[in-house]
Design a protein around this ligand. Structure first.
Ligand code: PLP
Length: 429
């Protein structure tokens, strides 16, 4: 029987098999046909501590019987208050910067970024109403960025085949070149020139661009980009949707650069990856620009499930895990394990450009035809699946972003599959 389900980022016309997963635990997915898969990409970058973490599952079950869902416009509940306070406590901070003191909830990374953009534009709009600044509408973006799949977030992301159908509707942005090694100064110069034109904000994925190909750039460049924005009074928006929750080795990537953004979007791992929730954090000046006795200035954004109590309870449990357990130690051990094996893998002639940041590792496969639509990535995906690993390469870039509970044996298995993939698909084969 054919299924009515229409899958995301999936070409149904190719009749590729769609594995049916019945349950998951730790780093393992259990399929209906009895096979298991090691989840090498945290089920698309969300699962942090492992699937069905007992503390998070218990918090969800408990909250589901107490308060499930509540209108959040003008009402509140304990789990939301606790998550908000926890986020403010854990957010990047610096003595010379305003703190991220306000938390706005939503349901996905895309909406958290939409909210960030709307906050930035609302800030300048409301300042202009008071004659305190000129209205600013333009957004600066970094080349190769990804910020989501809604119209607004596609507008601030890289244009390509994945958004060509809607490109006439996407709003114009100014693009700063990616700071490739040796070209950092060109990036900073371009940002400085663009900031002089008084845009509203600059949005950036800190330290690593995920969907753009796991492109890493150094912390001092991030730090200097934030400093330039501050100098020109351009709002600095950090999209920590992927980088947050320990992926880069620290809770948030901005910490490594000593950067406190004006606005920060978090999602994915905020509940440990168990249930959808997102948040956009803002400094007092962003909040205060919307605070007034004038109803016309309130922040016009909401979705039905804003701050869903069950999702917030999961996030509270996740924050407790971060506070009470040695998560950074686990991430550091996993990172070391990945680094050793990546170094060995990189000696194989089929691979090039190994790179790693925290618990994210990537390497490029040198293959005869490696373009985005060449079909290499789906073939690699199928190959990994047949060999017991869930991977989702980006073109010829194979990356790992596993849950932090992945053990040494599982890591060995994953790297053995990568080695085999190199031997099977690499140009040198
Ligand atoms: C995944 C991602 C998003 C979008 O998050 P969704 O929850 O999928 O909407 C935004 N920004 C970055 C950097 C991401 O990796």
């Amino acid at each position: 029987m054919t299924s009515p389900v229409w899958h995301p980022f999936f070409q149904h016309g190719l009749n590729e098999p769609i594995p049916h997963v019945e349950r998951a635990e730790g780093a393992l997915l259990y399929l209906a046909d009895g096979r298991t898969l090691i989840d090498g990409i945290s089920s698309w970058w969300v699962t942090t501590h492992g699937h069905c973490h007992p503390r998070i599952a218990a918090a969800i079950a408990d909250q589901a019987g107490r308060l499930d869902q509540l209108i959040f416009a003008g009402y509140t509940h304990g789990p939301a208050e606790d998550v908000a306070r926890g986020l403010v406590d854990l957010a990047p901070r610096a003595a010379d910067r305003d703190p991220l003191a306000h938390v706005f909830f939503s349901d996905s990374g895309s909406t958290a970024v939409e909210v960030a953009l709307k906050m930035a534009l609302g800030y300048w709009h409301n300042l202009a109403l008071d004659g305190l600044a000129e209205a600013r509408h333009r957004i600066l973006v970094l080349q190769h960025s990804y910020h989501g799949d809604t119209i607004g977030t596609m507008s601030v992301g890289e244009r390509g085949v994945y958004n060509a159908a809607w490109s006439p509707l996407l709003f114009d942005v100014d693009t700063i070149p990616f700071p490739y090694e040796g070209q950092e100064q060109a990036t900073l110069d371009a940002l400085r020139a663009a900031c002089a034109q008084r845009p509203a904000a600059f949005i950036v994925e800190p330290l690593i661009l995920g969907a753009g190909g796991m492109l890493i750039y150094p912390a001092p460049v991030l730090r200097e980009m934030a400093a330039i924005c501050a100098r020109y009074d351009v709002l600095f928006i950090a999209d920590e949707v992927m980088t947050g929750w320990g992926r880069t080795g620290t809770l948030f990537a901005c910490e490594q650069a000593g950067v406190v953004p004006d606005i920060m979007a978090v999602a994915k791992g905020i509940t440990g990856g168990a249930i959808p929730l997102a948040a956009t954090l803002a400094t007092p000046r962003i909040f205060d620009a919307h605070k007034s006795t004038d109803r016309a200035r309130l922040f016009y954004h909401s979705s039905s499930y804003t701050a869903n109590a069950i999702a917030c309870a999961a996030a509270v449990a996740n924050l407790a895990i971060w506070r009470e357990e040695d998560v950074p130690g686990r991430i550091a051990a996993l990172s070391r394990g990945m680094a050793e094996r990546l170094e060995r893998l990189a000696r194989h002639p089929a691979f090039a450009n190994p790179r790693q940041l925290g618990a994210i590792a990537a390497i490029d496969l040198i293959a005869p035809d490696a373009g985005y639509l060449s079909g290499l990535a789906p073939r690699l995906r199928a190959f990994a699946q047949e060999n017991g690993v869930l991977l989702r390469p980006l073109g010829n870039t194979i990356y790992l972003m596993p849950p932090y509970c992945l053990d040494a044996d599982q890591l060995d298995h994953v790297f053995a599959v990568l080695q085999k993939a190199g031997e099977t698909f690499g140009a040198a084969a």
